[in-house]
Every structure is written in C-alpha cells, then in structure tokens.
Design a protein around this ligand. Structure first.
Ligand code: LMR
Length: 328
C-alpha cells in the first residue's frame, strides 16, 4: 500500500529557496474552480497579496483558478492528501463530505447577505466548522459569493409550473436534487467548468448560480431567460490542510489569520456591488431576458419548496435547523 506514497507538503514545509535566497519560504497552493473576476477569484488574489506583504514575502500563496488543477469533485481529496494546501469549496460541495452543510442550501433561508453573515458568525458557523474536525482539514473563514438566480433556455421561470420537465444542472447536493424535484424538474450534477458545454449542447436546459458565475463563464450566451429569484445562497468555506496548519509557526498562522480576516471583510462587502454592476451588464445583452420575481410569485415558490425543511430536518439535524428557521 506504500506504492505511490510520498512525503506530504514537500512544497510547503520550510525550505531554502535557492532562487530568492530566502530562508523558511513557505508555498501554499490554493486551487479553486471559478474565474478570476468573481468574488472567490478576487478574494484569492487579495489574500495572496496581503500574505505576501504581511510576511515580507516569506509566505507565497499560489492561486490556481478555473479548476486548472482540480475540479470540485477532486479538490477536497487533494487537500486532504496534501497535494494542495488550500481550497474554498462551496457549501453545496461540502454537503458531500458532511450533510450538515445542506443547511446552507435550504431555499429562501436567508433574507439577505447580512442574515447570512450573522448566522455564519454565530452558532450556525460554529457548528459547521465543528463538522470538519475528523476530516484532516482546518476551517479558516467563510467567504461570500451571493444569492443564486435561475436560468433556462426553454422558457421564463416565473411560477413553479414553469420548471416542469426541464433538466437543471446542479451542484452535488442532495437537497438541490429535491428542490428541483419539488418544482417538477430533473437534475444533473456536473462540475462547474463543464456547465457552459452542457447548456450549449442541450444536455441540460437550465441551471442556478450567482450573477458573477453566470457572467464570468458567459452562461448568458447559452441561456435565454434568467429570473432574479435570490432563492438560494452560494458561499464558501476556506480550508487548509490540517497538518500544514499545525506545522506552521504561530507567527505565520497569525499572518494568515490577519490576511484572511481582512480578505473576508473586503469580499463580503465587495460582492453585492459586483453583482449589481454585472446585472446591469446582463440587462444590456440582446436575447437574454431577465425577470424579477414578484412577491406573489416568491410566495408560490416558497409554498412549493417549504416541505424540504421537514424532509431534511433529520439529515441536517434539528439543532442546526433551529438556527435556520423557516423561509423568509
Ligand atoms: C458551481 O459549481 O456552480 C459553484 O460552486 C462554483 C463556485 O465555486 O462558485
């Protein structure tokens, strides 16, 4: 069973860097799946810059965007094994590891970003971090992306019936399967960087995502309709390999923590204005029709989707469920 075994963190342990002459240089590889001009992409770059400054160039965060190293299906295992040292998967992806994270996929659970921030900074966030203990990963921060919107190439999505018989690409979350089932639609789980292709060739009719993901991957070119529904939330947990984290000196840990705190505050502010700006861009695109969900339609969606709260109470756990409450 030792075949293929190699020491972990060859790149990340303190070492002499012959080229720079620096002692104790630490390299942390940060892999993610989205584009650079998205909340996560920008946060990753911002974090790397801050770490470089605060560490006097002794710690280097190497960012690998667009799934160029790993897709969301493979990045968690790569983090655990130490092939990379940092990732920021979406909550839905984390639900594959621990079902408690499904709590964040419950539809209409949060009224706005402030409500999400309050929950993640409180008991809900504490409990979600707690689920990581047995997985060789260190939870370090929550980064915002924002609320998901629905898109389709078939017809405008206004009332629940409009979803009937359509196939939607989803993140790998059981709850999202149920969400679309409740709307009469079917689902297919596909890695993010394949979404454009399957929408283009018609193997899926629609998908749900944040505006920044829709814009940066040009999904508007292969979709005709978008509904601003804000029905679900897309956020990330920033994770380090646990052994790497434990091996870092307290000084380096402090640098990373400070850089993370600043990055988190920055991105959680930045994302709302980014989405507003990008929504304006989308409104100017010919052949892409945007519908704002009305309050009456929103109540219809909630009525269809609220049964998920009972359906998933046991899986998610009643304590976490009580932190979430009911659709707002
Ligand atoms: C998706 O797969 O749609 C998102 O998780 C991508 C991301 O990480 O924002």
């Amino acid at each position: 069973f030792l075949i293929g075994f190699r020491p972990h963190f060859t790149d990340s342990l303190p070492m002499d860097d012959e080229q720079t002459g620096l002692k104790d240089r630490i390299i942390i590889k940060f892999s993610h799946v989205v584009a650079e001009n998205t909340p996560k992409g920008l946060a990753a770059e911002h974090f790397a810059r801050l770490v470089k400054e605060l560490s006097d160039d002794r710690v280097e965060i190497q960012v690998f965007p667009n799934g160029m190293l790993y897709s969301e299906d493979t990045e968690f295992a790569a983090l655990q094994s130490g092939d990379i040292q940092m990732i920021a998967p979406s909550f839905s992806n984390m639900s594959v590891v621990e079902p408690a994270w499904l709590a964040m996929d419950l539809p209409f659970a949060f009224a706005d970003q402030q409500a999400v921030d309050a929950a993640l900074q409180g008991e809900l966030g504490r409990r979600l971090f707690g689920t990581l203990n047995s997985h060789k990963v260190q939870g370090a921060a929550f980064w915002a992306n924002g609320f998901k919107q629905m898109t389709s190439s078939v017809r405008p999505l206004q009332v629940p019936d409009d979803f009937r018989n359509q196939m939607f690409r989803i993140l790998p979350s059981r709850l999202l399967v149920s969400q679309f089932q409740a709307l009469g639609a079917s689902t297919v789980k596909i890695p993010f960087n394949e979404v454009y292709g399957i929408l283009k060739d018609g193997s899926a009719d629609g998908q749900e995502n944040t505006i920044s993901n829709i814009v940066s991957k040009r999904l508007y070119q292969v979709q005709k309709y978008m509904t601003i529904s804000n029905h679900g939330y897309l956020g990330y947990v920033v994770l380090f390999n646990k052994r790497l984290w434990a091996d870092l000196s307290p000084e380096v840990q402090r640098v990373l923590q400070q850089a993370l705190e600043e990055t988190t505050a920055w991105i959680n502010q930045e994302t709302a204005s980014m989405h507003e700006k990008q929504l304006l861009e989308l409104k100017g695109i010919d052949g892409f029709t945007i519908h704002m969900l009305t309050e009456k339609e929103r109540q219809q969606w909630i009525r269809k989707l609220e049964p998920l709260y009972d359906q998933y109470e046991q899986t998610i756990g009643s304590e976490l469920m009580s932190e979430i409450g009911r659709p707002k």
